[in-house]
Design a protein around this ligand. Structure first.
Ligand code: ADP
Ligand code: AMP
Length: 217
């Protein structure tokens, strides 16, 4: 299965991806996670990406496309397929993905759009916190850990807030992403690949819709 998770920042892509990998054999590829990893390792890609990410801007298409191209060529993707999260974000990236997917013989089976109104997203992003050990995502109000201060998945007590989830950056991130959203939706809708899910429901309800779409792809 080869799919794309689409949705504005905070729509719930990462949250749904955590659930999807439990039920389907597919490799979760988040360009945001890859850039954060590269930043923490201070690689050339990471240092380059940091200047854009810190301002809430998009990393240039050539850089992002190269990262995805390299990742999709790996053996685990050949074997299990991909679930892209946060890519593509521009029409140029979507066009590049058509070529990359063709070259690795893995055409997209479906694009799941998690649809959430922009007004809801500021609250989602400002309350998001992440386990420093395993990367599991929580929310202060909507998805707290079961035991306060302890990660449900790995038991760690160490959490962090993403730098770009702080209010100064959130506004610009949303603006940049909203501008690109409609043309991307049209791109995949025209290809007959788009499946829209109402993302303003409980996490479990969103997942049951996502799961039934994936089971029928
Ligand atoms: P994305 O990967 O699309 O940026 P996340 O999956 O990280 O978004 O979700 C953003 C924040 O919103 C997280 O704190 C997450 O726990 C919370 N969240 C995700 N889905 C829902 C939902 N359906 N209802 C309420 N909060 C949600
Ligand atoms: P995310 O984790 O998906 O919210 O991404 C965090 C940041 O990484 C974004 O605000 C961008 O600066 C950068 N980024 C992630 N994916 C892409 C992409 N497909 N194109 C450009 N920039 C990206």
């Amino acid at each position: 299965m080869n799919i794309v998770l689409m949705g504005l920042p905070g729509a719930g892509k990462g949250t749904q991806a955590e659930r999807i990998v439990e039920d389907f054999s597919v490799i979760h590829i988040s360009t945001g996670d890859m850039f954060r990893q590269a930043m923490s390792e201070k690689t050339e890609v990471g240092l380059n990406a940091k200047s854009f990410i810190d301002k809430g801007e998009l990393v240039p298409d050539e850089v992002t496309e190269a990262v995805v191209q390299e990742r999709l060529a790996k053996d685990d993707v050949q074997k299990n397929g991909y679930m892209l999260d946060g890519f593509p974000r521009t029409i140029a990236q979507a066009e590049a993905l058509q070529t990359i997917a063709k070259n690795v013989n893995k055409p997209i089976d479906g694009v799941i759009l998690i649809d959430v109104k922009p007004e809801v997203l500021v609250e989602r992003l400002s309350g998001r916190y992440i386990c420093s050990n395993c990367g599991a995502t929580y929310h202060k109000m909507f998805k707290p850990t079961k035991v306060e201060g302890t990660c449900d998945v790995c038991g760690s007590h160490d959490f962090y807030q993403r730098e770009d989830d702080k209010p100064e950056t959130v506004k610009n991130r949303l603006k940049v992403n909203i501008e690109m959203n409609t043309p991307l939706i049209d791109f995949y809708s025209d290809l007959g690949l788009l499946y829209k899910v109402d993302g303003e429901q409980e996490i479990d309800e969103v997942y049951s819709k996502v799961k039934s779409i994936l089971q029928n792809l």
